[in-house]
Design a protein around this ligand. Structure first.
Ligand code: NIG
Ligand code: FE
Length: 390
């Protein structure tokens, strides 16, 4: 058993309301943390810290729990630079672009896909992400979806089967047959490799009835639902998510009052993905409206080559604060504890005795600098499962 003391932390976000200032961030000043193997063994004032095998002096930096990026699409090949360029000249985003990445992904070797994934994970880790969820959805055949999940599962426990990203181009004339495939043989092949099942519920992808059939079939195979809901237009996705007790409804850009009420009443987290609105020049999701109604909000990157090609949670925090009505405290909670809630996890996103020793040090005296100094690489140290990575 090895213990590491990180001391001289000017400001520590614990997300444990029992700590510190009594806010949800559980902010401690002049703090220290002791890591014991993979877990947190102690959190408190630096002056009272116990001795440890190793000591690291944070020299007055701020520290936060590692980011929990609860929504990404990292198993893919190629990119969509031309599509982005066209969009920035005025073309609208549509789900159809997914087909470009499907073709590139099908043509890629396992080694290429894994090398890509590893590269984006390294980017994310250097920006403070210590847990990430990722999805299939660029294969859309039984073999290609299962292979994406197998590759993802080598890197994370939070693997999501998204065979229902769009109707496979091979089934363009017969979408019902594609839903049969996704809920039948494809699900059978994919379920052993995944924890979650997702569906893109949107015009041009899957309607409410199809989404319900897909998620219900997934539940019967032991997968837990989450939904791409209400991204490009109003629709049934959010209400369906709450009805099926999905862990998360993701995007939530176009919400009626009834959608907001449903999220506030239910157990489904609203995961906001501002990288997508940034990169598609779309209207921002209204985080303030959701928070004021009492919904739980998570913030994630949606990292994918089409709608949001960023692996940076700090970038998303800055957008959420500037354009979505969140305070810096709320945005940082949503990107850590909120992401954990969207994955129904209590062992991450919080720094208290017994949780996972996942944390990031910032080259700044306060977590607020993540929003205050947008675009600046402030993450200067990352511990994951108690091991220093950055
Ligand atoms: O979350 N909305 C659906 N899926 C992705 C975009 C995928 C793509 O454009 O390649 C998203 O934004
Ligand atoms: Fe997505």
């Amino acid at each position: 058993m090895t213990t590491t003391l990180i001391t001289n932390i000017a400001s520590l976000v614990t997300n444990d309301p029992a700590q510190g200032d009594g806010t949800p961030l559980g902010l401690l000043t002049n703090a220290a943390v002791v890591l014991e193997d993979e877990h947190i063994a102690w959190v408190g004032p630096a002056a009272k810290a116990p001795a440890a095998d190793e000591t690291y002096d944070a020299e007055g930096r701020a520290a936060i729990p590692g980011f929990v990026d609860s929504h990404s699409h990292l198993v893919f090949a190629g990119d969509r630079t031309q599509e982005f360029n066209a969009r920035m000249s005025g073309r609208a985003y549509s789900a159809g672009g997914i087909r470009t990445t499907v073709a590139a992904t099908r043509a890629a070797t396992d080694e290429d896909l894994e090398a890509n994934l590893t590269r984006y994970l390294a980017e994310a880790l250097h920006q403070g992400t210590t847990t990430f969820e990722t999805k299939s959805g660029y294969g859309l055949t039984t073999e290609d979806e299962a292979r994406a999940l197998r590759i993802a599962a080598r890197h994370t426990d939070e693997v999501t089967f998204l065979g229902a990203h769009i109707v496979s181009p091979d089934y363009a004339e017969d979408p019902a047959a594609y839903v049969d495939l996704v809920t039948g043989p494809m699900l059978d092949a994919c379920a052993p490799h995944a924890r979650w099942i997702d569906v893109f519920c949107e015009k041009g992808a899957f309607d409410g009835d199809q989404a319900r059939a897909i998620l219900t079939a997934g539940k019967a195979k032991g997968l837990h639902p989450r939904i791409h809901a209400n991204q490009l237009s109003y629709g049934p996705g959010v209400q369906l998510a709450v009805e099926l007790d999905a862990a998360s409804a993701d995007h939530c850009t176009h919400l009626t009052d009834a959608d907001v009420d449903a999220l506030a009443q239910g157990n489904t987290v609203a995961t906001l993905l501002p990288g997508a609105e940034f990169s598609t020049r779309a209207q921002w999701p209204d985080a303030r409206r959701l928070l004021d109604a009492g919904a739980t909000v998570a913030l994630s990157t949606d990292c994918n080559p089409g709608s949001s090609f960023t692996s940076s949670v700090p970038f998303c925090i800055a957008l959420a604060v500037r354009d979505m009505g969140m305070t810096p405290d709320e945005a940082i909670w949503s990107a850590t504890a909120g992401g954990a809630a969207a994955l129904r996890r209590t062992d991450i996103g919080v720094l208290r005795e017994g949780t996972r020793a996942d944390l990031a040090l910032l080259d700044a005296p306060s977590h607020v600098h993540l929003a205050y100094r947008p675009g600046v690489p402030l993450v200067s140290g990352v511990w994951r499962r108690g091991v220093r990575q950055v």
